[in-house]
Ligand binder design. Structure first.
Ligand code: NAD
Length: 340
């Protein structure tokens, strides 16, 4: 039986590596091979892929999605693409947005051009609820026009539009997913949950932006990955699918849960100057994914959060780069051309 050859960009990051571990794990489909293409920015971690590194259905290529020669060669050897690679942290985009435009916008266009040239038959583009901008109430359906505020969200909205345009203009089978805030193990400790947990375990204070009342919907990475797989296998070309987790919390409430879970006290929370242009609330309406694909989040938030906190407590050798011999660089991968 011939296997579907999937190119996973950004597969050494938080969500991409979860996808790869799931696809190549005992419960994943047996009829796929996976090639990870990842540039190994600060957010990547080779240890995230340790559980699959010996699989004969797995290959790692260290390289940049903006490198069109490399991307062309890889596309020629694959049937489908699941595109996670991106600069993903809003705060970094506020400090400097250039790399966000390069990787998220130019990188996505480079992949799409190569996908067209090499006749890729399916391209899943992973995006974010942040493209819709802040909404005070209700939930955004897929028909809502994009209205991004941060440079990160603007770069993702641009890449969504570019990907959809490639479908409309050239007929490439592109499917776009827009998910809410992911949580779970293996996330680089810069976003709120892993940052706060690792600081609290170290006995340090945690910085809460503004009044702490910004609201996010929390999605366990297992649920997100299941939804991406549903979109890859059962979704429709040219469609957008929102993916939500079903647990809305403000940051103050989330922080209180984390403080308690880590056995710290309320004095470990320090209110700091708000993030510039901090979006107040995101919320996606994910009924389309439910009705068309049967998607429904399964992970109970309290349980998922407790497991995540325990994972960070028990696995510093995975997430703490300073504790890893030789740091977090890749081993055993082939290297592409120099980054553009
Ligand atoms: P991450 O920052 O953990 O990982 C991103 C990965 O992409 C890293 O391994 C990095 O090395 C790689 N990468 C970055 N630029 C690259 C380039 N030019 N070439 C090749 N590889 C490159 O991100 P994540 O949290 O796993 O997010 C994955 C995707 O999901 C992103 O597209 C992000 O926008 C989207 N998303 C994330 C969340 C979330 O809560 N984390 C929510 C909504 C959407």
């Amino acid at each position: 039986m011939s296997k579907t050859r999937i190119l996973v960009t950004g597969g050494a990051g938080f969500i991409g590596s979860h996808y790869v571990r799931t696809l190549l794990g005992p419960l994943g489909p047996q009829d796929v091979t996976v090639t990870v293409l990842d540039a190994f920015t600060y957010a990547a971690n080779a240890a995230n892929l340790d559980p699959v590194k010996d699989s004969d259905r797995y290959r790692l290529v260290v390289g940049d999605i903006c490198d069109s020669d490399l991307v062309d060669r890889l596309m020629a050897e694959h049937d489908q693409v699941v595109h996670f690679a991106a600069e993903s942290h809003v705060d970094r985009s506020l400090a400097s947005a250039t790399e966000f435009v390069r990787s998220n916008v130019v990188g996505t266009q480079t992949l799409l051009d190569a996908a067209l040239r090499q006749g890729i038959d399916r391209f899943v583009h992973v995006s974010t609820d942040e493209v819709y901008g802040s909404i005070p109430e209700g939930s955004c359906s897929e028909e809502q026009p994009v209205n991004p505020n941060s440079p990160y969200a603007a770069s993702k909205a641009s890449s969504d539009l570019i990907a959809l345009a490639c479908h409309r203009s050239h007929g490439l089978d592109v499917r776009v997913t827009r998910c809410s805030n992911n949580y779970g193990p293996y996330q680089f400790p810069e976003k709120i949950i892993p940052l706060f947990v690792t600081r609290l375990f170290a006995g340090r204070k945690v910085p809460l932006y503004g009044d702490g009342l910004n609201v996010r919907d929390w999605l366990h990475v297992d649920d997100h990955i299941r939804a991406v797989e549903l979109v890859r296998t059962r979704g429709r070309a040219g469609e957008i699918y929102n993916i939500g987790g079903g647990t809305e919390l403000d940051n103050r409430g989330l922080t209180a849960l984390l403080v308690e879970a880590c056995g710290a006290g309320p004095d470990s929370v320090e209110y700091v100057t708000d993030r510039k242009g901090h979006d107040r609330r995101y919320s996606v309406d994910w009924r389309k994914a439910h009705v068309e694909l049967g998607y429904k989040p399964q992970k109970d938030f309290a349980e998922g959060l407790a497991e995540t906190v325990a994972w960070y407590r028990d696995n510093p050798h995975v997430w703490d780069r300073t504790a890893q011999p030789g740091q977090a660089g890749p081993s055993g991968g082939t290297t592409g051309n120099a980054p553009c």
